[in-house]
Design a binder for this molecule. Structure first.
Ligand code: GLU
Length: 470
């Protein structure tokens, strides 16, 4: 049974690169009918925060990246890490190191001066004398002295590191708290993780972790290291490139499945297919086609993908995600048509949910003024007759649906011997306040009869006033 995990450190927002790693792990588990685990790596007490944990959980929920187990918190597992450190002591594979920070600095300076790579020189590895007074020791792992560590990485291929490159890793700090490389191994081992899928910024930790697995007699998982996401200037994606937190994308009006679709393609391909439903991603995702080199984040493409998903999403799904934006605009959704119907009408012209919400306000809220440019152009004295005749026809209409509404517009144009536009455009400005909307008959239907007639009256008054002043 395949078991994967996402193991973020709650030291900030949930980063878009982290989301991609989470997605790949999630997809891999789903694809193989396995389990996906969420683990919060919060042992760095100073940098971890509850807000950050909440942002991670909120992000995962919004994205629909559900987990079969967890969230597990490393801070709740300190006893277990102590136990494992004791096992290493018992096997003679851990030791106290009393070197002070100053001593270690001096050691590194000397190594640099001699043209050597700075590394811990193992000075307490075989120490058996009287420990120096007043030093709280760290605990180090006795890394093998020689031989190679081989990683068969599922993305990077074979990576070989000689043990001479690796010094004796600190597995517990002087305050007794365990360090990342130890906790991650203990957890992946205890939680039965079969595939460790994570960012390639951790690739250099992997040989050290493999040595720990071996020291503990634990079975090795498989590793897949995913390349970084870069900003358009080629440096690692960061705040300076714009939004990097997943919740910012939510606020900017992206659908979760669109963000996931964009991220799955960022570094993975399936032929030349660009648009994927979640089900298609699950069916098609594999690690073989993950690109070994970094990918560049492209917000134009993300927006295009969002547009594609808006076009095909179910109306109810659109409405669910659109609703918070409508609330932000002060719209009371009980005072108007069903939001799913409005979303259906607007889906062809919106790239984001923000754009959609902008276009949906007049279905719920009345406006006090017509948009100046549109009014100037379409609510002119010449339109008065059309508006009045149309009002009479619409008032008499019982079946307030698009087709008969259309017939009223057509009938007005025919009677006055003008083109449809000469009736439709004034009507559009009258009932929507502006010059842009979906098909006017369907729009009028959803706005509703009463509201349309009131707004037509307002437009007629506006035109009369204008005619007076002309
Ligand atoms: N907690 C680590 C991080 O957020 C990830 C550890 C891992 O995936 O092994 O970078």
């Amino acid at each position: 049974m395949i078991r994967t995990r996402f193991a973020p450190s709650p030291t900030g927002y949930l980063h878009i690169g982290g989301v991609r790693t989470a997605l790949y792990s999630w997809l891999y588990a789903k694809r193989h009918g396995g389990d996906f685990i969420l683990r919060i790596e919060d042992t760095d007490l100073e940098r971890s925060s509850v807000e950050s944990v909440n942002a991670i959980l909120e992000g995962m929920t919004w994205l629909g990246l559900d987990y079969n187990e967890g969230p597990f918190y490393q801070t709740k597992r300190f006893d277990r890490y102590k136990e494992v450190i004791q096992q290493l002591f018992d096997k003679g594979l851990a030791y106290y190191c009393y070197a002070t920070p100053e001593e270690l600095d001096e050691m590194r300076e000397k190594q640099k001066a001699n043209g050597e790579k700075p590394r811990y020189d193992g000075r307490y590895r075989d120490f058996s004398g009287e420990p120096p007074a007043g030093v709280d020791p760290v605990i180090r792992f006795k890394n093998p002295i020689d031989g190679d560590v081989e990683i068969e990485d599922l993305v990077k291929g074979k990576v070989v590191v000689n043990n001479r490159e690796l010094d004796d890793l600190i597995i517990a700090r002087s305050d007794g708290t365990p360090t990342y490389n130890l906790t991650v191994v203990v957890d992946d081992w205890d939680m039965g993780v079969t595939h460790v899928i994570r960012g390639d910024d951790h690739l250099n930790n992997t040989p050290r972790q493999i040595n720990l697995y071996k020291a503990l007699g634990a079975e090795l998982p498989k590793f897949a290291h995913i390349p970084m996401v870069l900003g358009e200037d080629g440096s690692r994606l960061s705040k300076r490139h714009g939004a990097v937190s997943v919740l910012q994308y939510k606020e900017q009006g992206f659908l979760p499945e669109a963000l996931l679709n964009y991220l799955v393609r960022l570094g993975w391909s399936h032929g030349d297919q660009e648009v994927f439903t979640i089900d298609e991603m699950v069916q098609k995702f594999d690690l073989e086609h993950v690109n070994g080199s970094p990918s560049t984040f492209d917000s134009v493409k993300l927006t295009w993908i969002n547009e594609q998903h808006i076009k095909v999403a179910t109306a109810d799904h659109l409405a669910t995600h659109l609703a918070p934006f409508m609330a932000d605009k002060g719209c009371d959704l009980d005072q108007g048509p069903k939001l799913s119907e409005v979303a259906n009408l607007l889906r062809e012209r919106a790239k984001t949910l923000i754009e959609m919400a902008d276009g949906a306000v007049y279905f719920y809220n009345d406006f006090e003024e017509f948009e100046a440019g549109a009014a100037k152009k379409h609510l002119r004295p010449a339109a008065l007759e059309a508006l009045q005749l149309l009002r009479t026809k619409l008032t008499a209409l019982d079946d307030w649906t698009a087709e008969p509404i259309h017939a009223c517009i057509q009938g007005t144009a025919d009677e006055l011997e003008v083109g449809m536009g000469k009736v439709g455009m004034p009507l559009r400005v009258a009932i929507t306040g502006g010059g842009q909307s979906p098909a006017i008959d369907a729009t009028a239907q959803l706005i509703g009869k009463e509201r349309c007639l009131t707004r037509l009256d307002m437009a007629i008054a506006f035109v009369e006033e204008r005619a007076k002043n002309a």
